[in-house]
Write a protein of this length. Structure first.
Length: 424
RNA sequence: CGGGGCGUGGCCUAGUGGCUAUGGCGUCUGCUUUGGGAGCAGAAGAUCGGGAGUUCGAGUCUCCCCGCCCCGACCA
């Protein structure tokens, strides 16, 4: 991608209002644009990053047998009255409004009310179980207070997975599988997520949250630095400095952002909608359900909160919007400039063919310093500079975003180097 | 929903009742320059968030409304 053609620009000035790190950097670097409180447009850079995260989520959901579907975001009132959630929590959480005439609708903030009747259409025997379906969709929540950029929005991206089981053992088995898939997802997104015990609601002792320690987080958790055991303060009786009951280490209090959570719903929704199956015993049983959520947009915001420095974002490899920033530094010698540009074009083409799509800063009349500053702000993991100087040694300059070290690499080796870098 | 802060060209900002609203960034033209956001010359771009009021006169004072940010409450 040529930077000169990229829709969305970096900005030197800091937005007056954006004081959360993720909102400020993502806006300044041209990834997102705020439309209103808690609602953002994703510009090409931001959308590519978000799509990378969603793709990782897809891969891991598919790996545990999840099947992707897409339910509507516009939902009818009646299904929500079945569970009582039209009025409680009702408009406190759900955007509700009238369509034509008196017909009432709401925007989806979770989808148990949709997926349970849906499952009912296809489940009759124990032979139809278990299965799990998921979707990646924007959710809408009438937040009393949207805040912290992408971390708490009124419209935000959500992956919600729902699993259906014949018995509790099978639900537990899948629950563990889902938890492991979640760990892999966060790891791949460059986030060290803690597996945190949280309020279980009416039917389980605990649910589990995946929490990323960061000062901008709004949850307080107690976590053991030795073994990682953690509890949300909402349910915890720990105090800072307590001994970890699992390993004898020390429990620390910390702020964290919840990037995912998993619940055993058991028969809460299947009972409400009459989702049952006939067992091998010929008897009718309630289907047991689990639900599992991840907010890709919140993952994106969290990644910026965790991975940045004073100059800008430092993208983790797997979710970076582009592999590397290729920068053409030109001088006054037009012959040399032509060679620099030609080398860059060829390099960009070679990288693109190998699937390592770079962002090529081809801008003319822009000084090197400005290009470097933009590269740091955008935060791709690798920066490759081609100039008359480097070409004198048939080389390009190789620099990692998180390292000050500059290295000359033969032009012919750059593609291989970058392939190796991203394979690691 | 309570408390606090803020609202002036695309972005940041000056302004504390008085002439035609300040400067910077960005944008556009031309020249110059090219390894860390350069320089020169010129240009476009604002009904000062909206409404009502006080005043000879309001970006500035008063009231109402809207919006954004922060703290709190809330967050299956």
């Amino acid at each position: 991608m040529k930077y000169s053609k990229l829709f969305g620009k970096t900005s030197k000035t800091v937005l007056h209002d954006a004081d959360s790190v993720n909102a400020r950097l993502l806006t300044q670097a041209g990834f997102v644009d705020q439309l209103m409180a808690g609602v953002y447009t994703y510009l090409p850079l931001g959308l590519r990053t978000l799509d990378k995260i969603k793709q990782i989520v897809r891969e891991e959901m598919n790996a545990i047998g999840g099947q992707e579907i897409l339910m509507p975001a516009l939902l009818p009132k009646d299904l929500w009255e079945t569970t009582g959630r039209w009025s409680d929590p009702g408009p406190e959480v759900m955007f509700q409004f009238k369509g034509r005439g008196e017909r009432e609708y709401g925007l989806g903030w979770t989808h148990e009310e949709i997926v349970t009747p849906l499952a009912k259409r296809f489940v009759s025997s124990y032979r139809d179980l278990p299965f799990a379906v998921y979707q990646i969709q924007d959710k809408f929540r009438n937040e009393p207070r949207a805040k912290s950029g992408l971390l708490r929005g009124r419209e935000f991206s959500m992956k919600d997975l729902y699993s259906f089981h014949a018995n509790l053992e099978d639900l537990d088995r899948f629950y563990e599988q889902a938890a492991q898939a979640y760990q892999r997802i966060f790891q791949r997104c460059g986030l060290a997520a803690l597996y945190v015990e949280a309020s279980g609601g009416a039917f389980s002792k605990y649910s589990h949250e995946f929490q990323v320690l960061t000062e901008s987080g709004e949850d307080i958790i107690f976590h053991c630095e030795k073994c990682g055991y953690a509890q949300n303060r909402e349910i915890s009786e720990f105090a800072d400095g307590d001994t970890c009951p699992k390993c004898g280490g020390t429990m620390h209090e910390g702020k964290a952002i919840e990037v995912g959570n998993i619940f055993r719903l058991k028969d809460r929704f299947s009972t409400a909608f009459g989702l049952t199956y006939t067992g091998a015993d010929g008897q009718e049983h309630d289907v047991l359900m689990g639900c599992y959520g991840i907010g890709p947009s919140r993952v994106l915001g969290s990644a910026v909160e965790v991975h940045h420095d004073e100059r800008g974002i430092c993208w983790p490899k797997e979710i970076t919007p582009y592999s590397a920033q290729v920068i053409a530094v030109t001088g006054k010698d037009s012959g040399a400039n032509a060679k620099v540009l030609e080398t860059c074009e060829q390099l960009v083409q070679d990288l693109t063919i190998t699937g390592l799509e770079p962002l090529y800063d081809d801008r003319e009349g822009v000084r090197a310093g400005e290009k470097f500053a933009d590269a740091d702000l955008i935060g791709l993991p690798v920066r490759i500079v081609i100039s008359e100087k480097t070409l004198a040694q048939n080389s390009g300059e190789w620099k990692l975003r998180t390292d000050e070290k500059l290295e000359l690499v033969a032009v012919s080796d750059i593609v291989g180097n970058l392939q190796r870098f991203f394979r690691k």
